[in-house]
Write a protein that binds this ligand. Structure first.
Ligand code: NAD
Length: 342
């Protein structure tokens, strides 16, 4: 029986890389029935005039799994981030961002890291305001970092469970508890307590976030699974994408108890929209994570194998990777390299 999946093509390069991904997943034998829905700028142009229409939410509520292209968020003005709204609506608390080498010959070889980012708390709750002084209504601004024991416990536990499930050896918790003794201190205390439950199965260490950033560049091989609060995870996961060839190579999963949403880490790349030259790899890898999630890991493995052969051949690499390939001819090359199904 096929699995229903909500498909949100998104904005900018989104529709093109989503179409390429769907074509590849279907060629690889994914047993999926897509429910195509809109969100973001694309949705504003439909009858609902809402960046997050109710029928899109209803579809995710029913299917409980979505594959989503990037969405444009107006900077400073206009509607709030739809990505953040979706994470909040479905309480998608765990942001799983793997960084694995596919493109060889770069600064680093054989990178295989996974960052687990807390997705619902920290500074990104958006509790902020201006403070007026004298005749300046915006003389200062304050933002509140919120860490709860509940939120810290479930993300650290998710990281350890992920490590156990995927045969990983170590979890590193990165924090800033030396300065932010209450918020980061709570996150660290909770992490240390949970680590004890997994002591015999998964190694644990904690590190200060800034030193972690440096060590990730100096010697990334000392890390395995990393867990941290929201904003630190946002920043370090982009840094980790840089270790494996850039944003075009980095997928992410947003996982909650009731639903999961998979997407590329990159945005809608307005500079590339309509040109057909965006790298679809991050979106394809997000599709593979989605297939793993719906128990079609065998199909995902075929796609990852074909991607690996295509990167080894280097014949259709897109421009961000120094090639001349297009979204579509790169995808054709991957399809041509799919191993025949058993
Ligand atoms: P971006 O990720 O869209 O682009 C950053 C740079 O990376 C650009 O030079 C772009 O050309 C390049 N790039 C991104 N994806 C690529 C790909 N697949 N192939 C080749 N090159 C690629 O970031 P931005 O420009 O800061 O943001 C653009 C819009 O996307 C904004 O509205 C932002 O809010 C939104 N955004 C959405 C998401 C999401 O939907 N999850 C994530 C990040 C940014």
């Amino acid at each position: 029986m096929s699995t229903k999946v909500t498909l949100i093509p998104g904005d900018g390069i989104g529709p093109r890389i989503t179409a390429a991904t769907v074509r590849l997943l279907e060629a690889a034998g994914a047993n999926v029935e897509w429910e195509r829905r809109e969100a973001g700028i694309a949705a504003m142009e439909t009858a609902s005039h809402s960046p997050l229409p109710e029928e899109t939410l209803a579809s995710i509520r029913a299917t409980r799994v979505a594959l989503k292209g990037p969405l444009t968020t107006p900077v400073g003005v206009g509607f709030r981030s739809i990505n953040v709204a979706l994470r909040k609506e479905f309480d998608l608390y765990a942001n799983v961002r793997p960084a694995k080498t596919l493109m060889r010959g770069g600064r680093y070889e054989d990178i295989d890291l996974v960052l687990i980012r807390e997705n619902t708390e920290g500074l990104y709750v958006g509790v902020e305001h201006y403070i007026g002084m004298g005749d300046d209504p915006r003389a200062a601004a304050e933002s509140v970092m919120i860490i709860t024991r509940f939120g810290a416990e479930r993300i650290v536990r998710y990281a350890f469970e992920y490590a156990v499930r995927n045969g990983r050896r170590k979890v590193t918790l990165a924090h800033k508890a030396n300065i932010l003794k209450y918020t980061q201190g709570l996150f660290l205390d909770v992490g240390r307590a949970i680590a004890q439950e997994y002591e015999s199965r998964v190694a644990f260490e904690d590190r200060i976030i800034d030193a972690t950033a440096m060590h990730l560049v100096l010697d990334p091989y000392q890390f395995d699974v990393l867990v941290m609060e929201n904003m630190f995870g946002d920043i370090l996961s982009d840094q980790m994408a840089g270790l494996v060839g850039g944003l075009g190579m980095a997928p992410g999963g947003n996982i909650g108890a009731e639903a999961a949403m998979f997407e590329p880490v990159h945005g809608s790349a307005p500079d590339l929209a309509g040109k057909g030259i965006a790298n679809p790899t991050a979106m394809i890898l997000a599709g593979c994570m989605m297939l793993d999630h719906i128990d079609q890991g065998g199909v995902a493995a075929r796609i990852r194998g074909a991607l690996d052969s295509t990167f080894r051949a280097r014949d259709t690499l897109t421009r961000d990777l120094g090639g001349q390939g297009t979204t579509d001819n790169f995808t054709d090359a991957v399809i041509a390299r799919l191993d025949p199904a058993d």
